[in-house]
Design a binder for this molecule. Structure first.
Ligand SMILES: C[S@@+](CC[C@H](N)C(=O)[O-])C[C@H]1O[C@@H](n2cnc3c(N)ncnc32)[C@H](O)[C@@H]1O
Length: 443
């Protein structure tokens, strides 16, 4: 074939894209490539496909011409709180384990990286979860690095304006009311979250990390979900090995469900936590910042958490509830710990924890637990009601009213005589009455 023929030039372009971006092109993407290449050629950025190839071969990915190709070929599919198994694992295991380890080491610092962050929903979700699991949030130094190859996505992420499509499926409804303000046809993220995340371009296929220059060293956690699905196995393995180098001993890597698995993450220890598969860099030497086997239940999670019978869990929860009613806080907390790995019991475990913390006067811890409870069941009316009370006591009227209003909305259409679960004899009508009173008085 004539090496200067358009077909040959196209093939070279496809190879160059695989080599430089890691992207394998299916038919749909080939069509997108053809469209963008035709556009570039006809707008005479280059006179021919071959000249375009030569230009791209030496140009940096950040150049306008490369970015046009990147924007045509990358898929920015994402949303807040994507993949509830990952969110649960992060909220209940990974982040609490890292936080505990850092606390023990007296080093209140966390370094997290969302690699392939698209328009920012993933790193902002991390920031939101951290707010919930870290009661003394303000005392910590937190770095959330968020990178992508598509600079237009990064720009959107920095602006932090989102359409309703970013809140869908698994996104809990309170995320929007708590962290966003309406603006035009979308929602703007709270400035406090925006300031937590640093967005910058980084091509995962290039050997530019780990490096202090781009802040990709000594990381506690790397999230790289739904990015390498488009890479071939060789590229993916190289990326996984570089991630390994970026992490501290005991640090975690979370990849997407459909990311290729076999052999790619061999250097990591694999953990199955409920429905999530997570990878952890082994703790070989005693690191300064992470404890080792002293904390086996926290840092090194069992491959399969023990599963008790449904009935057992129910009676354990009930015992915890009675213990709490008798103000036997330690017993109640100990019992709740026994069932905390059962995702089907999370909403009531966290709810009861919230009540216990509230009675003990641990306001921030109570708020974390109640929010987690709502995370597991956004329609859990008692958790909304109680969180409203908590905000009310803290003088946060707006938040209190939001939760009470949500609680009242949830009750609409329910049988007034029906008793509410986890609330002894409280009926829908009684709670409705209480809510109406609070809303009239304070909202
Ligand atoms: C489907 S999105 C994933 C977003 C987010 N991680 C999630 O799971 O919700 C994939 C992202 O990977 C980015 N990407 C693709 N190739 C990349 C590369 N070589 N280096 C960095 N990012 C890349 C794309 O630009 C896109 O934003």
């Amino acid at each position: 074939m004539d090496p200067t023929s358009p077909n040959m030039a196209y093939q070279k372009l496809v190879d160059l894209i695989l080599q430089r971006l890691g992207l394998q092109l299916n038919d749909h993407r080939l069509a997108s490539l053809t469209k963008v290449v035709d556009g570039l050629v006809s707008s005479s950025v280059s006179l021919s496909v071959n000249q375009l190839y030569q230009q791209l071969e030496t140009a940096d990915i950040s150049t306008v011409v490369w970015q046009q190709i990147v924007q045509a070929l990358t898929v920015g599919e994402t949303y807040f709180y994507r993949n509830s198994a990952h969110v649960n694992a992060l909220s209940l295991h990974v982040l609490p384990a890292l936080i505990k380890a850092r606390r023990l080491a007296g080093d209140k610092r966390l370094r997290l990286w969302s690699a392939g962050c698209a328009t920012g929903e993933e790193p902002y979700t991390l920031a939101m979860i951290l707010h919930d699991v870290l009661p003394d949030f303000k005392d910590w130094s937190i770095t959330i690095l968020a990178t992508d190859i598509n600079e237009r996505y990064l720009q959107q992420a920095r602006i932090g304006h989102y359409r309703p499509h970013s809140f869908r499926g698994e996104t809990p409804p309170w995320v929007q009311s708590r962290w966003f303000r309406k603006s035009g046809d979308g929602f703007v993220i709270d400035a406090s979250l925006r300031s937590m995340v640093t967005f910058m371009p980084l091509n995962l296929v290039q050997d530019s990390y780990p490096s202090r220059d781009n802040n990709t060293t000594d990381l506690d956690l790397v999230l790289c979900r739904n990015v390498t699905i488009y890479f071939d196995r060789v590229q993916t393995k190289a990326v996984a090995e570089r991630f390994f180098q970026t992490l501290i001993p005991g640090g975690w890597l979370i990849v997407g469900h459909s990311e290729p698995q076999a052999g790619v993450y061999d250097c990591f220890v694999t953990h199955h936590i409920q429905n999530a598969i997570l990878y952890q860099k082994p703790v070989r030497a005693a690191p300064v910042t992470m404890p080792r086997s002293k904390e086996p239940d926290i840092v090194r999670l069992p491959v399969k958490p023990p599963v008790l019978e449904e009935k057992d869990h129910f009676s354990i929860w009930t015992d915890a509830y009675h213990a709490a009613n008798n103000e036997e806080w330690d017993t109640a907390i100990r019992l709740l710990k026994m069932i905390e790995d059962d995702v089907t019991y999370q909403k009531q475990v966290q709810y009861l924890r919230g009540l216990i913390f509230m009675h003990q006067g641990f306001v921030e811890e109570a708020a974390v637990a109640l929010r987690l409870s709502i995370h597991y069941d956004p329609d859990f009316v008692l958790a909304h009601y109680t969180l409203g009370e908590l905000h009310d006591k803290a003088g946060e009227q707006l938040m209190a009213c939001q939760h009470w209003q949500t609680a009242q909305r949830i009750l609409v259409g329910l049988d007034p005589e029906q008793t509410l679960p986890f609330a002894d004899d409280l009926t829908v009508e009684m709670l409705n009455g209480l809510l109406s009173y609070q809303l009239r008085k304070y909202c």
